[in-house]
Design a protein around this ligand. Sequence first.
Ligand code: FES
Length: 137
Amino acid sequence: MQADDELCLCFHISCRKVLNYIRIHRVKLPSQLAECGGAGTGCGWCRKQMQRLLSECQESPPSALEIEGWLEARTPQKHKYSEGRAKYRASLPNLPDSAAGATSVDLPVESDLLHGSEADGTSETDGASTPDESSGV
Ligand code: FES
């Protein structure tokens, strides 16, 4: 893979962006990489590769001039990586569509979180009333 190839295909996060994030934020734990544009929080395919890069980056971080060769020695070819992800995703029985990449359509809107939704039976418009409303208080 090259620096501008996507390491997290769900969120379109490039190798370069992850490596820069590791360097700038002095990342110690793989879980911290989720703060890099949500990397690794979709289908999960990229997590092992990000862990590997984090570990190797902590041992011997590449300079800006070394990054392409450094990545080439540590990552699979771009097409094999994306084919592997496709197989991985196909093996997941209940993967939500949102794991394909976050979009505003996939994410709940604030009003769903505050007021519930018709799907979970907690909608304010479903005729249910709160205890205070039913008691006339
Ligand atoms: S490829 Fe990164 S979470 Fe799916």
